[in-house]
Ligand binder design. Structure first.
Ligand SMILES: Cc1ncc(COP(=O)(O)O)c(C=O)c1O
Length: 340
């Protein structure tokens, strides 16, 4: 354990652990992943990742378990999603086994940076895939670099499970129908930065995007999926071809079913939000963020209390965290123990 880190007060910020993993691909053949010292990368100035956005990433968490071991949460699912993203961006993804080996090697090498059990913190792993061939014409790369970095993180929102205020983005769309909203393309996040910046300046914590074609249905937040809870025990989450299939949302749907909720994945209209007693944003980084209010133009809808999370979101949060930290049985094979 790294004694220099104040585990209870770390945020969601870059921390340099001194090493990362790298594998290289040339014409479809991947090298074995290697541990590299330092945090710098040398790239050709004409790399396709720099000019044409052939860049994508993942976010995976590792949790120090109640029994002292370390466990990675659903690494293979994240590997599969990276492969889907790569396919859409015409990139060559690392095979799942390479992805998992890279994550495992990184975590073992950086085990002193895994926050101790009980601090509420975790070790965030960021796999990154880049097209690196020098092409000045628009063309898919022949060469790729797969990097995996990791760092200890505290809760995404410093105040923990405190409800936030959301703004519905009306000036900007996140993703076009048939575009790349369903994959984790790096450029999707640049496209969301201006809206988020303007929302923050107006006092909002998160931005919610509607479907770009009609602006009638909910898509998702900038970096998390949307879900709502109804008074008659339904967990409702949008079905849209422009949203990222969230691993966290997938887990929460299973947990909600186990708690006796009916899970509905379907288009969710803005004008039905009044039926929800609780609204949540979910993703690996923040796990669950309760959303107290959603403002669209001059209309503001509120959900539950402004200061305390609702009972269903609190239960879902406790449940998923109990599985992630090994306090409850891993009934669905979400946890992979690492020798670290
Ligand atoms: C746009 C977007 N939606 C949803 C999510 C949540 O996905 P996950 O639960 O797999 O982290 C993320 C984060 O990865 C995201 O960037």
């Amino acid at each position: 354990m790294n004694p220099a880190i104040d585990w209870k007060n770390i945020g969601f910020e870059y921390v340099d652990t001194g090493s990362h993993i790298r594998a290289d691909c040339s014409d479809g053949r991947w090298s074995a992943p290697k541990l590299v010292t330092g945090n710098q990368l040398s790239l050709h100035i004409a790399s396709t990742c720099l000019h044409y956005g052939q860049a994508c990433f993942e976010g995976v968490k590792v949790f120090r378990q109640a029994d002292g071991t370390a466990a990675c949460f659903r690494a293979e699912t994240h590997a599969g999603r990276l492969a889907n993203t790569a396919q859409r961006l015409c990139m060559t993804p690392p095979p799942t086994a390479l992805f998992v080996e890279a994550v495992t090697t990184l975590v073992r090498a950086n085990k002193d940076f895994i926050p101790p059990y009980g601090t509420g913190a975790s070790f965030y792993v960021r796999p990154l895939l880049l097209g690196t061939s020098p092409f000045i014409g628009v063309h898919e790369s022949h060469d790729y670099i797969f990097l995996v970095m990791g760092m200890p993180v505290g809760p995404y929102y410093k105040n923990g499970l405190i409800p936030v205020k959301g703004l519905v983005q009306e000036q900007y769309d996140r993703a076009a129908p048939n575009g790349v909203g369903h994959v984790k393309a790096a450029g999707n996040y640049a496209a969301g930065m201006l809206g988020d910046k303007e929302a923050r300046a107006r006092g909002f914590d998160v931005s919610l995007y509607l479907d770009s074609a009609t602006h009638t249905c909910i898509d998702e937040f900038t970096t998390s999926n949307f879900f709502g809870i109804t008074r008659d025990r339904r967990y409702v989450t949008p079905d849209s071809k422009s949203i990222l299939p969230s691993v966290t949302n997938n887990c929460l749907q299973q947990i909600a079913r186990d708690m006796g909720y009916t899970v509905e994945r379907r288009p969710v209209r803005w004008d039905e939000l009044g039926n929800f007693s609780e609204i949540g944003a979910c993703g690996t980084a923040a796990v669950i963020t309760p959303v107290h209010s959603l403002t669209r133009g001059s209309e503001t809808l509120t959900f539950g209390d402004a200061k305390t999370p609702g009972p269903v979101l609190s239960s879902l949060y406790q449940e998923i965290q109990s599985i992630q930290y090994g306090r409850k049985p891993d009934r669905y094979g979400w946890i992979q123990r690492l020798d670290a």
